[in-house]
Design a protein. Structure first.
Length: 453
């Protein structure tokens, strides 16, 4: 039976999503004269910009995660619910959870985005994306299992397929994944195997546009490509993936169709809005863009529902420069803080000015001692850019213990080039043995078996 919570006299702010937008909105409301309810399907906040380091064995999931209840333990006006919003009644001002209905005076939606395969959702199982802890652990499993399988493979063509990594998408996530895998293959793992030479690893980064890191200035894109090439990554731009099937990637480049066998294909090419975008369109009259993001007013509210705000990656805010703001953490943080201030101002009968994003710059890391930084007034790359990237990410980690652990881990990795989180977990702990056409035994990745290693 669904329980309906009574609406209290105190102004009720319901926040859906514990990512950067929702988290910063709730933190900014911590001392406000309101009652805050933060709803998330997980009980932790995830620092997504460092997920690729979990996927490549540098950090563990706990290093970049913070329990939501611990973050708000001292905020007496804040309640955290581990639940999922299924529906919305904008007329009655209620959100429907799995087992209860919550009333709100102000609703803040910050549910983010997920992977977008552009109509090819059947590629999901072959080419996982990177948005959740589970995604990162699955990538980590596939990356390290590839080297383990190559070590046992005697057929040279099959071994080459195991040692070929294809990353689809040349944005920040794809660039960071490619650089991290290159450092793994050509540095960290080079002494760990006996039957394979990990320096024979082939890493392909495929980008559909004419350069990687499209949101960055062209000169930084060029520097990033040179750095990746020096690491051993093959960068191919103006390349469109047309099919992924049977561990073969088919792509079109310069009018020619090419294929490359690969047992490890990683997706970093696009995102689409969470299902809450469609819920807001159907229940609150929201207008969506082609990616399903919600088009918002200058104050981040819905045109027809001034008490509903959409922030973070789910929000399409194009009132500053004519283009939508990028889906990056600083945008979500600033939007969350702005909406919190707006709520407080409205309670005092004031109307604050529209939201304005203060661009603090863009950063992308390529590898150790290599990054690109665009601060607007200055653009640079190399070791200094890498240091800026390091300390910026340490600064934005939520809890002190996370900051300390990550800083120590990075320091240790810097001098030893070892990665302590190179664990193969999940389905890879079970080996499913099959027999190929030649009567040889092999263990395909991702299949379960009662045979435990």
């Amino acid at each position: 039976m669904v329980e309906v919570a009574e609406k209290q006299a105190t102004h009720q702010v319901v926040i859906i999503g514990g990512g950067f937008g929702g988290l910063y909105a709730a933190k900014a409301l911590g001392r406000a004269p309101v009652q805050v309810t933060l709803i998330d399907k997980r009980n932790f906040h995830l620092f997504q910009p460092l997920l690729y380091q979990v996927a490549t064995g540098t950090l563990s999931p706990a290093d970049i995660s913070s329990p939501l209840r611990a973050i708000f333990s001292e905020n007496k006006n804040t309640q955290v619910l581990m639940d999922e919003v299924l529906d919305l009644d904008s007329q009655q001002k209620q959100v429907m959870l799995r087992n209860q209905v919550l009333a709100y005076d102000t609703l803040i939606v910050a549910t983010g985005v997920s992977h977008h395969y552009f109509g090819n959702d059947h590629w999901k199982t072959t080419a996982p994306g990177l948005k959740t802890v589970e995604d990162a652990l699955e990538m980590r499993r596939r990356i390290f299992m590839a080297f383990e399988a190559a070590e046992k493979e005697t057929d040279l063509e099959k071994r080459r397929a195991w040692l070929t990594f294809v990353i689809v998408g040349g944005g920040p996530t794809g660039v960071e994944l490619a650089g991290a895998i290159a450092e793994l293959a050509f540095n960290t793992l080079k002494q760990d195997f006996r039957n394979i030479d990990t320096s024979e690893t082939q890493i392909l980064l495929l980008e559909g546009l004419d350069r990687i890191l499209p949101p960055y200035p062209p000169e930084l894109s060029q520097k990033a490509e040179r750095s990746l090439t020096q690491l051993g990554v093959t960068v191919q731009t103006k390349t469109m993936v047309t099919d992924i099937d049977n561990d073969v990637v088919t792509f079109q480049q310069a009018g020619q169709v090419q294929q490359i066998p690969s047992r490890t294909i990683l997706w970093a090419a696009g995102v689409k809005a969470s299902h809450m975008g469609q819920v807001l369109a159907e229940r609150a009259g929201a207008t969506l863009d082609r990616a399903g993001r919600v088009i918002v007013e200058p104050d981040l509210s819905l045109p027809t529902q001034p008490d509903i705000f959409v922030i973070g990656d789910l929000s399409h805010f194009a009132h500053q420069g004519g283009k939508p703001l990028p889906g990056v953490a600083p945008v979500a943080m600033q939007e969350g803080e702005y909406v919190a201030k707006l709520v407080c101002a409205r309670l005092q009968g004031k109307t604050p000015p529209p939201f304005t994003y203060s661009d603090i710059g863009s950063l992308a890391v390529i590898g150790q001692n290599s990054a690109v930084v665009d601060l607007g007034f200055v653009k640079f790359s190399g070791p200094l850019a890498w240091l800026v990237w390091v300390f910026a990410h340490i600064y934005y980690l939520i809890e002190f213990d996370n900051k300390l652990i990550v800083l120590l881990q990075w320091g240790w990795n810097y001098f030893t080039r070892k990665r302590g989180a190179r664990l193969i977990t999940g389905e890879a702990s079970l080996v499913h043995v099959e027999v190929d056409e030649n009567g040889e035994y092999y263990a395909p990745v991702g299949k379960k078996s009662p045979v435990e290693v």
